[in-house]
Design a protein around this ligand. Structure first.
Ligand code: GLN
Length: 481
């Protein structure tokens, strides 16, 4: 078997049988990155030396019979808003061009503790704001299925790296769809865990009440392995919870499973190709024994509006720290002309030049919505509707066990197609944001190709029931192979 084209599972068993070493595997991926990263632009930073050394240590452990489990020696990629100690972490922004992370994010500590090899950091929309990676300060990432198209975003670099065999699997972050939509565009599995299952410590915050780290992988099993490795409560993130479920029995068939198709999601908001393929996916679930019914999910139509009020408010607060003083690149004056800016000018110029247009737009929107006189009309109102949305999800999950929708309204779009129309870009999130507003888990899994481009189906689960959607996606994947 080729050293590339590996899954965590297949590479793990080859390492176990001694068919190749982690060093050989890691070097094969590094070579692939050297050859392909130029045109694809998946990675912003590659850790040639650290990765090789980590692989070597893994081989030594294995030779002593002390393997640390399924991720020991497996080469992974990490989105560039997740801190890896002592390495550059840009979050796709010029603001953090020279920022070197002072410690490991909790998810990185966990991955290092189980022996994973970190190949490098992947490209993303600036501070995770976007759906295409076109908002990165470091150039767009290409979709490996068609280089004229976007890989989705904001975790587009991670999705591209997995799909183009520049790593075995990767971590992304999802605030409104940023793991699932790129997974859909690149033909992968992407899991947005229940809010609170994975620690956000060391994740550069976008909108803290929505952000969640999760896996992008080639198979459901791989996504599950990564999720199990990174999840769990963490004293550094008070919103995390202790694991509330134990492993569920794997299910081969879906007898007794009640699947809801929210009528709000199945209107005319999607392309015909997407509708046809996701419907075929639903038929596979039905053939496995599930009962399908249309359900009502009130306020689903309002979720996008609620997200685009609350998210910018949180962005405005979270990004206030990047002022050229506490964090971020500083523009303090012209040293040649011996002129120094005053404090306000230093802030204004540092922020004005450090942030790109999309980030500036959201900071302004959020600051406006939080300002005196507007707070009640926008922020408080949106918080109320968020509660209604949560209740609507709770209610629908008394009627059915999971919900199925498309992940994105279309397949991967062309580079440049939506960049000058923010509303068109925001509509990419129409099927995914409700999940973040409600805090429930969801997975995107590929359900076929339309005109050569992957289509993603989204399976949404009950809060803390990440295991069930993984199991159901697993049964689907087996049946659709
Ligand atoms: N596309 C959405 C946005 O631009 C989601 C981003 C994300 O999940 N990080 O906000």
């Amino acid at each position: 078997m080729s050293l590339l084209k590996q899954t965590i599972e297949s590479a793990g068993s080859s390492l176990e049988r001694g068919e190749f070493s982690s060093k050989e595997l890691t070097e094969a991926y590094l070579k692939q990155i050297r050859g392909l990263n130029g045109p694809l632009n998946a990675y912003l930073t590659v850790f040639e030396e650290d990765a090789t050394q980590a692989a070597q240590r893994s081989d030594e452990r294995r030779s002593r019979g002390e393997s640390l489990g399924p991720l020991d020696g497996i080469p992974l990629a990490i989105k560039d808003n997740i801190c890896v100690q002592g390495t550059r972490t840009t979050a796709g922004s010029k603001m953090l061009d020279n920022y070197v992370a002072v410690n490991d994010a909790t998810v990185i500590t966990k991955l290092k503790n189980v022996g994973a090899v970190i190949l490098g950091k992947t490209n993303m929309d600036e501070f995770a704001m976007g759906s295409s990676t076109e908002h990165s300060a470091y150039g767009v990432t290409k979709n490996p299925h068609d280089l004229a198209r976007v890989p989705g975003g904001s975790s587009g670099g991670s999705a591209c790296a997995v799909a183009a065999d520049l790593c075995v699997a990767a971590l992304g972050s999802d605030t409104g769809g940023s793991i699932r939509q790129p997974a859909s565009f690149c033909g992968l599995v992407g899991l947005k865990p229940t809010y609170g299952r994975v620690s956000r410590s060391g994740l550069i915050a976008m909108a803290s009440s929505f952000d969640q780290i999760g896996p992008l992988a080639k198979t459901v099993k791989d996504a599950e392995i990564l999720f199990n490795a990174i999840q769990g409560s963490d004293k550094l993130d008070q919103t995390t919870v202790e694991k509330r479920e134990t492993r569920k029995e794997k299910r081969e068939n879906l007898h007794g499973l009640r699947i809801g198709l929210p009528k709000q999601a199945w209107g005319d908001g999607m392309s015909d190709g997407v509708r046809t393929h996701v419907m075929e996916g639903v038929k596979i679930l039905e053939a496995l024994g599930a009962e399908i019914k249309e359900v009502d999910l009130p306020y689903a139509d309002e979720a996008l509006a609620v997200y685009y009020v609350l998210m910018p408010c949180e962005v405005s607060a979270n990004l206030a720290r990047f002022d050229g003083m506490r964090y971020g690149r500083r523009e303090a004056g012209h040293s040649l002309q011996l002129t120094a800016y005053n404090l306000f000018d230093t802030y204004a110029r540092s922020r004005g030049h450090g942030f790109g247009p999309e980030v500036r737009r959201r900071i302004m929107l959020g600051t406006y919505a939080l300002s005196k006189g507007y707070y009640d009309a926008y922020y408080r109102q949106a918080r109320k509707v968020r509660t209604l949305i949560r209740h609507a999800y709770e209610a629908v999950f008394r009627e059915v066990d999971i919900l199925v929708t498309p992940t994105a309204p279309s397949t991967a779009f062309k580079i440049g197609e939506k960049i000058s129309d923010p509303l068109a870009m925001y509509l990419e999130d129409i099927f995914t944001v409700g999940v973040n507003v409600a805090g429930v888990p969801a997975i995107s899994i590929s359900c076929g190709l339309h005109e050569g481009l992957p289509v993603g189906m989204q399976i949404i689960g009950k809060i803390y029931d990440d295991a069930s959607i993984l199991n159901i996606a697993n049964a689907f994947e087996k049946a659709s192979r």
